[in-house]
Design a protein around this ligand. Structure first.
Ligand code: 3PG
Length: 218
C-alpha cells in the first residue's frame, strides 16, 4: 500500500508497522544502505534522530535516494528543529516531550507530529492542541505497560507509541494493548551492525520486528 504524501497523518505513521526504528547515525555514508536494509525487512517509517551533526544530511540522503521509505526526524525539541527537519525532507516528526511551539511549528509545516508524553497533564496539553497519536517516553522508566493500562480509562481515545526500553521480547506485551498502535526502539539498528556495514543483520531485525503481532491494527 502506497502512503500518499499529501494525506500522511501521525496515525498512519504509527499504523504502518509494529515498530518505528529509532535511528542514530554518525556517518552520512551509512544512511542509504541502512534505510535500504530496513525497507528490505518490511519497515519503511524511519525515525532518524536529530542527535548528531550528520542527522539532517542523513535525512536528506534517504529522502532523495529511497522514495519508498518514509523518513522522519526524531528528537525534535524546537520549532527550529521542525523547520530544519522538514527542509531536509522529513515527512514526520517525533519529539521526546511536548511544547505548544513545537506543535504549532509542525502544524504550520504540515508535518505530522508524534509528541512525547509521560504524564496525564502532558497528554491533556497535547489533546488541547489536537494531537491524539502520542509517543509514550521513556516508556519503561515512566511506568511501562501498567501506566498505559491506567491511561486507557481516562484517555481511551489516545493511541500510543511506547518508546524507551522496548525490546523484541517486551514489545509483545505492549503491542497486545488496545491503546498501543506501535512501539519505537533503537534495537533494529545496532551500533555495531552500522559500524561493520552488516546490512543483512539490520534486514533480519526489521523482518522480525515487522512480523510482531498487534492487537489494534490488523
Ligand atoms: C529514544 O531515543 O526515543 C529512545 O531512547 C529509544 O530508546 P531505546 O534505545 O531504549 O530503544
Amino acid at each position: 500500500m502506497a502512503v500518499d504524501e499529501r494525506q500522511l497523518t501521525a496515525v498512519q505513521v504509527m499504523r504502518d508497522a509494529p515498530v518505528i526504528p529509532v535511528i542514530v547515525l554518525h556517518a552520512v555514508a551509512h544512511a542509504v544502505p541502512m534505510a535500504r536494509a530496513l525497507l528490505a525487512g518490511g519497515i519503511r517509517m524511519l525515525e532518524v534522530t536529530l542527535r548528531t551533526p550528520q542527522a539532517l544530511a542523513c535525512i536528506e540522503a534517504i529522502a532523495r535516494e529511497i522514495p519508498d521509505a518514509v523518513v522522519g526526524a526524531g528528537t525534535v525539541r524546537s520549532a527550529a528543529d521542525a523547520r530544519s527537519a522538514a527542509a531536509a525532507g522529513a515527512r514526520f516528526a517525533v519529539s521526546p516531550g511536548y511544547t505548544p511551539a513545537v506543535g504549532q511549528a509542525c502544524r504550520d509545516l504540515a508535518l505530522p507530529l508524534l509528541p512525547g508524553v509521560a504524564t496525564g497533564s502532558e497528554i491533556m496539553a497535547c489533546q488541547e492542541d489536537g494531537f491524539e497519536a502520542l509517543k509514550f517516553f521513556p516508556a519503561l522508566q515512566a511506568g511501562g505497560a501498567a501506566m498505559l493500562k491506567a491511561w486507557a480509562g481516562p484517555f481511551g481515545e489516545i493511541r500510543f507509541c511506547p518508546t524507551g526500553g522496548i525490546t523484541p521480547s517486551n514489545a509483545v506485551e505492549f503491542l497486545a494493548m488496545s491503546n498501543v498502535a506501535c512501539v519505537g526502539g533503537s534495537w533494529l539498528v545496532p551500533v555495531d551492525a552500522l559500524a561493520r556495514g552488516d546490512w543483512a543483520r539490520i534486514t533480519q531485525l526489521a523482518r522480525e520486528a515487522a512480523s510482531l503481532q498487534r492487537a489494534t491494527v490488523a
